[in-house]
Design a protein around this ligand. Structure first.
Ligand SMILES: [Zn+2]
Length: 241
């Protein structure tokens, strides 16, 4: 194939634009915030599950605590009544003895109930602390997710802008390249991991960085500038400088 040296030289510019487009697409896929956001969403989901369990436990313990407080209040109330009856002076000796007996057993009962109340109170405090921790974690994670989303959007916008610029450059450049050469470049590039054209520097193909054999180098020297060359190793279109 023959193509003007100008067209061949523009292929190198086109290759640089295409390299930049591939690089930008790779960076777009590999923005680190994407993985970080996924990790945070997983943690938020786990945290929400635990929070639901712990909040249900807190509701139960709160009811237990309320019940226990009422139990203690009822016994205290009963003791108060007995005390009043004792101090009224109107009770018979038999009744006095019975009241005193009852007061002793009520005091014992009250002490037991207060111990239970204290245990429930401690459990209530511990569950409440865990709920607060989880809620605070959740707020922190949500804040971080928002920040990461902003950073992700900024990175995406920046790379997409770069892609738009490179695409515009490509649209402006391709009409300046002879169509058969451009077609060949596209064909080679598709089957050659994105490499369609490379410079021949000295006796080295800059596509695969391998040296062209001496006989081929000598042959190339005899060829006209409009002769389109291909690297024998990587099949890339070789552009002479
Ligand atoms: Zn090569």
């Amino acid at each position: 194939m023959k193509a003007s040296a100008q067209s061949q030289s523009l292929l190198i510019e086109l290759q640089l634009i295409d390299n930049a487009l591939v690089g930008a697409a790779n960076r777009l896929r590999a923005i680190p915030e994407r993985e970080q956001i996924t990790a945070i969403l997983t943690r938020l989901a786990k945290s929400a599950e635990e929070l639901a369990v712990v909040e249900a436990e807190l509701a139960d313990v709160t009811i237990d605590l309320r019940r226990s407080e009422i139990d203690v209040e009822q016994v205290a109330e009963r003791m108060k009544k007995d005390d009043l009856r004792l101090s009224s002076g109107g009770a018979s000796p038999k009744e006095l003895e019975s009241l005193q007996h009852e007061l002793v057993s009520l005091a014992k009962r009250k002490s037991e109930l207060e111990d239970t109340e204290l245990e429930i109170m401690l459990r209530h405090d511990s569950v409440k602390t865990r709920v607060e921790e989880l809620r605070s974690d959740e707020v922190g994670l949500q804040k971080l997710e928002l920040e990461l989303n902003v950073r992700l959007e900024n990175s995406v916008a920046e790379i997409e802008k770069e892609i738009a610029v490179k695409k515009a450059e490509r649209i402006a450049l391709t009409p300046q390249i002879e169509q058969p050469l451009l077609d060949l470049y596209e064909k080679v590039r598709t089957s050659n991991s994105g490499m369609g054209a490379a410079l021949l520097v000295g006796n080295t193909c800059k596509g695969c960085n391998l040296a062209i054999n001496a006989i081929e180098v000598e042959r190339i020297k005899t060829l006209e500038a409009d002769e389109v060359l291909r690297c024998e190793e990587c099949r890339t279109i070789l552009v002479r400088i």
